[in-house]
Design a protein around this ligand. Structure first.
Ligand SMILES: Nc1ncnc2c1ncn2[C@@H]1O[C@H](COP(=O)(O)OP(=O)(O)O)[C@@H](O)[C@H]1O
Ligand SMILES: *[C@@H]1O[C@H](CO)[C@@H](O)[C@H](O)[C@H]1NC(C)=O
Ligand SMILES: [Mg+2]
Length: 350
């Protein structure tokens, strides 16, 4: 009797142990795989960029500092900020890497007095739209046409390919990370189109280089919008549309509704040019995403999956998807591609 129950026990154990062992081994392997997958230079998103305890309006917090500091005034900027070297220049601003209390900061100054209005609008927008999508404002001096912002050593988004080719970041140059940047870009467009102040259009965007130069690449490989000088407001309920400047626009990059519609025989006249809305930003998304996806293993597969939504972005203005729809599609495509790339291996193992 005693013997028999013992036999049954060992019998049972012998039957149960192999599957249990197998299960443990499989779990270990899956863990290892996931660990490698996520540890392999995969950008950790969602954590780095979330400030758990954001400062109130009119204050900022910089890297090493714990407390919120009020935006620096003219006096503080004059007293405490030291210009080091020029790092960028557009039509409106000249940008200097500078030092403030052992922090690197970016000091922007108006280039020519004629562009005061644009400069002041940009500053106003920087103040009102502070969020994780917008470069951090540290101070300003309206009398001197000076703005102080957080410095981003990678510079504008134009530098993306060079940065990702550096030995240090080469391992990060993969479709997953580049797709995350495209999602980041579209989420900024979505933010501008749905901001607390209304629908803004990113007008300083007549060619790809121009678009890219308005955004900065942070050292945690996020994108923030930096240049908000040409950001008009669309008010649909009041029927107020916009125009990006008063000059004739040309080329394939701008949306068709931004082109002079009356042909060569009638010369361009600003007051005859019909206004348009934020759908010009949607038209440009596929081109910006194409640049962000770049030319690495897998980016063509992503392009293939985005083909439909990108085609929709090139339709007539009122037939284009909203930024929210593009964003949702991007996120779904990413999720399904990540599932596909992790799962086949796990399935093989099982
Ligand atoms: N905070 C910053 N950190 C690093 N580089 C910057 C920063 N702000 C601007 N730059 C550089 O200066 C360039 C011009 O800045 P931008 O604000 O676009 O000027 P503009 O209004 O004249 O176009 C950017 O494209 C970027 O290369
Ligand atoms: C849009 O226009 C309406 C009517 O003129 C106005 O009440 C509203 O404040 C405007 N919205 C924005 C965001 O400016
Ligand atoms: Mg610019």
């Amino acid at each position: 009797m005693e013997k028999k129950s013992y036999d049954m026990k060992t019998d049972l154990m012998q039957k149960l142990i192999p599957p249990a062992l197998l299960l443990i081994v499989v779990l270990l392997l899956v863990n290892l795989l996931l660990y490698q997958y996520f540890n392999n230079a995969y950008f950790f998103y969602g954590q780095v960029n979330v400030e758990h305890n954001p400062c109130p309006h009119g204050y900022f917090r910089l890297g090493s500092l714990r407390n919120c500091t009020p935006w620096l005034s003219c006096e503080a900027i004059k007293r405490e900020v030291r210009k080091l070297k020029r790092v960028g220049e557009g039509a409106v601003k000249r940008v200097f890497l500078s030092e403030w209390k052992e922090n690197k900061v970016a000091l922007s100054q108006l280039t020519v007095p004629e562009l005061q209005k644009d400069f002041m609008h940009g500053l106003q927008m920087l103040k009102s739209l502070q969020s994780k999508h917008v470069v951090k404002l540290l101070g300003y001096c309206e009398e001197e046409f000076t703005v102080l912002t957080e410095y981003h050593p990678f510079g504008s988004l134009k530098n993306l390919n060079q940065i990702l080719n550096l030995p240090k970041y080469k391992n990060s140059n993969m479709w997953q990370n580049r797709f995350l940047l495209a999602i980041n870009y579209v989420s900024i467009i979505h933010y501008l189109h749905n901001s607390p102040l209304g629908t803004f259009v990113m007008c300083d965007s007549n060619d790809l280089e121009k678009v890219l130069s308005q955004y900065l690449l942070t050292s945690s490989f996020h994108i923030v919008v930096n240049d908000l000088d040409a950001l008009p407001l669309v008010n649909k309920s009041a029927g107020e549309l916009i125009k990006c400047g008063h000059q004739e626009l040309q080329g394939e990059f701008v949306a068709p509704e931004q082109l002079w519609p009356y042909g060569n025989n009638i010369p361009f006249e600003d007051n005859l040019m019909p206004p348009y809305d934020e759908m010009t930003d949607i038209w440009k998304i596929p081109d910006v995403s194409n640049f962000l996806l770049g030319d690495v293993d897998g980016s063509d597969l992503v392009r293939f999956h985005l083909f439909g939504i990108h085609q929709a972005c090139k339709k007539r203005p009122n037939e284009r998807p909203s930024a929210k729809m593009v964003l949702d599609t991007y996120r779904n495509v990413l999720a399904s591609l990540v599932r596909e790339t992790v799962m086949p291996n796990t399935r093989d193992m099982l």
